[in-house]
Write a protein that binds this ligand. Structure first.
Ligand SMILES: NC(=O)c1ccc[n+]([C@@H]2O[C@H](COP(=O)([O-])OP(=O)(O)OC[C@H]3O[C@@H](n4cnc5c(N)ncnc54)[C@H](OP(=O)(O)O)[C@@H]3O)[C@@H](O)[C@H]2O)c1
Length: 284
């Protein structure tokens, strides 16, 4: 979309946001800095943006000037503090939207609501996921189903609905968060690795499908990061991964967030259908 058109659309979104804020907040408890910051920025949606990697991505994109929507089931103290900081800094705005991505049938309405409140979505970061580990033979199939639903089905359906707006706008960026285990493999994460590998196949094919419309689709594959998801690892296991990495350390959430910020920038306009590994050389 041309800059002037985008500006007008964003201004309209700002007005809509102000008008509907009270109603929507009452209904869905959306936390936003919209009252004090400009909506002239492009809107981006980060799923699983309440903590861990998603929060780091949301903060990075808000600081880079994007109107950032962090989505998760529950608002955390960390995301509330990040919203307050973004407001103080007067950078891009940061908002929190509560939604359970396991509720696939609610996704079309969610996307309609987001578009109404925040204007056209320029980028979607499919980051929310469940990282269940354990011996496959002992894993209950309902747990496997829950993980496949959140890690594979939900981002595909969410992308489907967000994509329609991007297609109409003739621009957009999609980044899927995969993992190095999608290609390297590791014992105890077979079902999880399958969901992450599915994101890679999804990325490559969708990039072909929507490239002619000016939309890029990429994946990032992080190595082990210090988040709630990896709390099951012992310090010794973490140190072992670090020792075996080319750089003798673990990558950090900020490294992955930097990569995603780059993929959303003009500098990455000719990068699509690829996977960028951020693992401090764990798989080198
Ligand atoms: N940590 C690692 O070492 C590592 C390595 C490689 C790849 N990754 C990938 O990086 C991404 C982020 O991982 P992380 O370590 O930051 O995970 P995390 O700390 O467990 O955070 C997961 C995020 O997803 C949200 N979420 C979970 N279930 C949800 C649902 N049903 N609906 C909406 N949101 C939901 C969580 O908030 P709520 O619980 O409040 O909903 C939270 O914001 C994932 O795709 C993961 O596979 C992580």
């Amino acid at each position: 979309m041309a800059a002037s058109k985008r500006k007008t659309a964003s201004k309209m979104a700002a007005k809509t946001a102000h008008k509907t804020a009270d109603k929507t907040e009452a209904k869905t408890a959306i936390r936003t800095t919209a009252g004090n910051t400009s909506y002239n920025a492009r809107s981006v949606l980060v799923t699983g943006g309440s903590r861990g990697l998603g929060l780091a991505i949301a903060q990075k994109l808000a600081a880079a000037g994007y109107q950032t929507i962090a989505l998760a089931r529950r608002e955390t103290e960390e995301v509330a503090a990040a919203i307050a900081r973004a407001e103080e800094a007067g950078q891009g705005a940061l908002a929190f939207v509560p939604f359970d991505l396991g509720k696939i049938d609610g996704i079309p309405d969610l996307v309609r609501r987001l578009r109404k409140q925040f204007g056209p979505l320029y980028a979607l970061i499919n980051n929310a996921a469940l990282g269940l580990s354990g011996t496959l033979a002992l894993m209950h199939h309902t747990k496997i189903e829950e993980m496949v639903r959140l890690n594979t089905l939900s981002p595909i359906v969410l992308t489907k609905y967000v994509l329609r707006g991007m297609m109409a706008d003739g621009a957009g960026r999609i980044v899927n968060v995969a993992s190095i285990v999608a290609s390297s493999g590791a014992s105890g994460v077979a079902a999880y690795a399958a969901t992450k590998a599915s994101m890679v196949g999804f990325t490559r094919s969708l990039a072909r499908e929507v490239g002619p419309l000016g939309i890029t689709v990429n994946a990032v594959a992080p190595g082990v990061l210090e988040t709630d998801m990896t709390q099951v690892l012992t310090d010794e296991q973490r140190a072992h991964v670090a020792r075996r990495s080319a750089l003798n350390r673990l990558a950090e959430v900020g490294d992955v967030a930097d990569t995603i910020e780059f993929l959303l920038s003009e500098r990455a306009r000719n990068i699509t259908g690829t996977v960028i590994t951020v693992d401090a050389g764990a798989t080198a």
